[in-house]
Design a protein. Sequence first.
Length: 206
Amino acid sequence: MKKEWRKHEKEIYLPKNKPELVEIPSFNYFMIKGKGNPNEETFGEYIAVLYSLSYGTRMSYKWRNPPQNYYEYTVYPLEGVWDIADKSKYIPGVVDKDNLAFELMIRQPSFVTETFANQLIELTKQKKPHRLLEEVEFKTIEEGRCVQMLHLGSYDDEPISFEIMKQFCIQNDLKRISMKHREIYLSDFRKTKTENLKTVLRFKVQ
């Protein structure tokens, strides 16, 4: 049976547009770090490199020696962990996109090992060379206890949803651990009207 995250992992990827407390287990990711404005053209290169590897994983069943325990699945969505690059320049309530630090990532299925990941990166360097492949990492990340909700509409309106999440934390005696937050992009911004964009917002709490 094909594993499809939209069907089989709704609690992780398809929350309602109101806050909820969740426990996120550990998953494997291809990830890459960067800084700067996500509206810059170069930002798309980071995304392209991650998808190149993710679709390489998806098609690896065609290899002469395919990965052990391979199963059919749907490629996972792009995710981004966002923070402030230079905190000395941070002004509360003001979003300076030029002062953002990001970690972009795409989850990989459970059969992907570190050995396979390294092999795939080297193979991709040969077939689809790109300077950013040198910066890609394969990591296991466990988010743990988090508050999340679905944000509908423009990325610029996310502060409205974060305020709702903040109030949820206050009401439930939860404390946000840091200003870092995760975004999971359920919509392709290149093909979706701004008002129809769907983004999962999530941050760690204790």
